[in-house]
Design a protein around this ligand. Structure first.
Ligand code: FAD
Length: 397
C-alpha cells in the first residue's frame, strides 16, 4: 500500500501569498525576484514619492536596469539575458510593486522597442540596436497611437513614402512612453505596402518630441508627443519582417504579458499596506481590521490577488511553452488590471483620509493603474476580443 504523504500543517499563512504561489517558482525565478525586489527597495522606494510629486523620471535608471540584465531580459542573444517569460513577468510584478512608471520603463524598452527589432529586424539592425539597448545605453520608445487614432490604429495618418532609396516619414504620434528621453523610436506608419515599422534615431532631421505635462497618473514616467516632419530615413530603417497591423499588435501582446504580472505588484503593495493599517488603526475601541466589513474587504482583496497572480503564472508557463494566444493575453490583461484597480480602490477606503495622501503608496498606485487600464488595449477592447473568441462574431466590423 502506498504510504500517505505526510504534510506539515502550516500554522501561519503568509497574508500576501495565501496560495503559496512561491512554491511554484524555480530557484532561478526566486533569485531574480529577490534581486528586483532589492532594487525596488533600495532604488525606487526612497525616491518615488518625490518623483511622482514632481512629475519626474531620471533616465539614468535605465542604465541601472540594463546593468542588472533586466532590459529585453527574455530575448535570446544580442547582449540580452535570455531568461524565461515567467522571470520577465516576475520582474514586472516586483517593479510595479514599486511604481507602474518603473515597470512601464522596463516594458517599453524590452517589449515594445527591443522585441520588434529582435523579431522583425535584419541581423544588421539587431547587431546595431539591441546590445546597447540591453545595456541601457540607448533608450527606445514605441510610437503607434496618434491624436485621432488610439483603440483603432488601422486609420493612422503617419505615413512613409519611398523617395529613391530612402523613406520619407511624416506624422504625429501621441501618448508615447519614454518619447522625450528616447534615443530611437520604433514608429508605425502607412506606406504603399500597408503598415510598416521604422527605427527612427533621435538625431533624424525633422524628428521632435514634446512632453505631455499635467498628468495625474504615471507621473514618474515620461509621456510625449512625437512629431515627424519629412524625416528622411535610409532603406534599412524599415523592419522587413513586419507587415500590416500584425507588426504593432504582436508587439503589444509582448508588453501586455508584462502588464498582466505587473499590476499584481501594484495590487500587492496596496493590499499589504491596507492589512497593516487595518491591524493598527483603532476606531470604536478596536482595530478596524477586527470589524467584519473590513475583514470582508481584505478577504476579497486577497482572493483576487491570489487568483490574478496564479493567472499570470499560468499564462507565463504557457508562454514559455510557446502556446500562449493573443486571446489569452487579453483575458489576463482584462482581468488583472480590473482586479488590481479594484484592490487598490478598496485599500484606499480602508485607509480612510490617509488613503489620499502620498504618505502611503495607495493613491499613487491607484492613479497609475488608471493609465494601465487604458494603454495597451483598453478594458473595452479586450472585452470585445474575448467576445469575438466566444461568439465568432466580430464587434469591430
Ligand atoms: C500614460 C500613457 C502611456 C501610453 N504609452 C503609449 C506608448 O508608449 N505608445 C503608444 O503607441 N501609445 C501609448 N499610449 C496610448 C494608449 O495606448 C491609448 O491611449 C489607448 O490605445 C486608447 O486610445 P485613446 O486614448 O485614443 O482612446 P480611444 O480609442 O479614443 O477610446 C476612448 C474610449 O472609447 C472606448 N472605445 C473605443 N472603441 C470602442 C469600441 N469599438 N467599442 C467600445 N468601446 C470603444 C475605449 O475603450 C475607451 O474607453 C499611452 C497612454 C497613456 C495614458
Amino acid at each position: 500500500m502506498a504510504k500517505a504523504r505526510t504534510q506539515t500543517p502550516r500554522t501561519h499563512a503568509d497574508p500576501i501569498d495565501l496560495l503559496d504561489v512561491e512554491a511554484l517558482l524555480t530557484d532561478e525565478e526566486r533569485m531574480i525576484r529577490d534581486t528586483v525586489r532589492g532594487f525596488v527597495k533600495d532604488r525606487v522606494l526612497p525616491v518615488i514619492d518625490e518623483w511622482f510629486e514632481a512629475g519626474h523620471f531620471d533616465k539614468g535608471v535605465i542604465k541601472e536596469l540594463g546593468a542588472l540584465g533586466l532590459l529585453g531580459m527574455h530575448l535570446k542573444g544580442y547582449g540580452c539575458a535570455g531568461t524565461n517569460a515567467v522571470s520577465y513577468g516576475i520582474t514586472c510584478l516586483e517593479m510595479e510593486a514599486g511604481d507602474s512608471g518603473f515597470r512601464s520603463a522596463v516594458s517599453v524598452q524590452g517589449s515594445l522597442s527591443m522585441w520588434p527589432i529582435w523579431r522583425y529586424g535584419t541581423d544588421e539592425q539587431k547587431d546595431r540596436w539591441l546590445p546597447p539597448m540591453a545595456a541601457g545605453e540607448l533608450i527606445g520608445c514605441f510610437g503607434l497611437t496618434e491624436p485621432d487614432f488610439g483603440s483603432d490604429p488601422s486609420g493612422m495618418r503617419t505615413h512613409a513614402r519611398r523617395d529613391g532609396g530612402d523613406w520619407v516619414l511624416s506624422g504625429t504620434k501621441m501618448w508615447i512612453t519614454n518619447g522625450g528621453i528616447a534615443d530611437l523610436a520604433v514608429v508605425w506608419a502607412q506606406t504603399d505596402e500597408g503598415i510598416r515599422g521604422f527605427v527612427v534615431p533621435r538625431e533624424t532631421k525633422g524628428f521632435e518630441t514634446r512632453d505631455i505635462e499635467r498628468k495625474l497618473s504615471l507621473r514618474a514616467s515620461v509621456t510625449s508627443e512625437l512629431v515627424f516632419d519629412e524625416c528622411r530615413l535610409p532603406t534599412d530603417a524599415m523592419l522587413p519582417g513586419a507587415r500590416g497591423l500584425r507588426g504593432p499588435l504582436s508587439t503589444l501582446n509582448e508588453a501586455r504579458f508584462g502588464i498582466i504580472w505587473g499590476v499584481m505588484g501594484a495590487a500587492r503593495t496596496c493590499f499589504e499596506t491596507a492589512v497593516e493599517y487595518a491591524k493598527t488603526r483603532v476606531q470604536f475601541g478596536k482595530p478596524i481590521g477586527s470589524h467584519q466589513l473590513t475583514q470582508r474587504k481584505l478577504a476579497d482583496m486577497a482572493v483576487e490577488l491570489g487568483k490574478g497572480t496564479l493567472l499570470a503564472l499560468h499564462l507565463g508557463r504557457m508562454k514559455d511553452e510557446e502556446r500562449l494566444t493573443s486571446e489569452q493575453v487579453s483575458f489576463g490583461k482584462l482581468n488583472n488590471v480590473r482586479e488590481a484597480l479594484n484592490i487598490c480602490r478598496e485599500a484606499r477606503t480602508i485607509l480612510g483620509a490617509n488613503g489620499i495622501t502620498l504618505e502611503y503608496p495607495i493613491i499613487r498606485h491607484m492613479n497609475n493603474l488608471e493609465s494601465v487600464l487604458t494603454y495597451e488595449g483598453t478594458t473595452e477592447i479586450h472585452t470585445l476580443v474575448l467576445g469575438k473568441a466566444l461568439t465568432g462574431l466580430d464587434a469591430f466590423d
